[in-house]
Design a binder for this molecule. Sequence first.
Ligand code: G3P
Ligand code: MG
Length: 246
Amino acid sequence: MLTHIIAHRGASGYAPENTMAAFRLAEKMGADGVETDVQLTKDGVPVLIHDENVRRTTNGTGFVQDYTFDELRKLDTGSWFSSEFTGLQIPSLEELLQWIIDRPLFLHLELKTDVIPYTHIEKKVYTLLRNYHMLERTCMSSFNENTLAVIKDLNPSVRTAFLTSTNMRKLIPFVSSIPADDLHIKHTLLSRKLVQRGNKNRVEMRVYTVNKPALIRKCFQLSCAGIFTDVPDIALSIRKAQERST
Ligand code: G3P
Ligand code: MG
């Protein structure tokens, strides 16, 4: 099985995470897909930012949920990374969808509901995906299993994945019981046994965040369905070298 190389928050090793610059770079490098994190503004607009608080990745302070979309767009989410990116704005999910719709990329949308239970975020995101005809190449993931259950209630055919960094017993049966389709694990949980158990139960396994060459190779070797990486160019060159040698 070809392991998909998914740019984690875009090509976030080289451009500010979760910006259009990072997504564009991921495409240019040849990634199979992009991963991004979704939160809701005060006026209910799905936006792409990892943390609940804007402090780390913008020149502002406070919580995303306390900003209207127009207020949030005034923040600079580029200069914390490098002056080269000064003036970048936090994208809305819709901006990403308008861009990705014409590009052959898979989309992994992580709904950040594990800290703040954003009201109706699942329905809002689902409706946008449906309107942009993106449901077939999108996987919606969350650390919060309730979010995944809500999505399946909206439409059982939407692909979903449970995210975890916890070494739970009976992880695969738990995923099926949510119900969810796939499992996205922190790299520390990766084992041959778990991938095999997943395969047996048709639970696809993707691993985050995989940046080191040795770990990238291990994920390829175990035929994981995908890796989330900040450095898609490195993962692609390893995959190409392996393809040449077989
Ligand atoms: O979706 C995989 C990965 O992004 C989960 O962790 O904290 O980087 O959003 P985090
Ligand atoms: Mg994420």
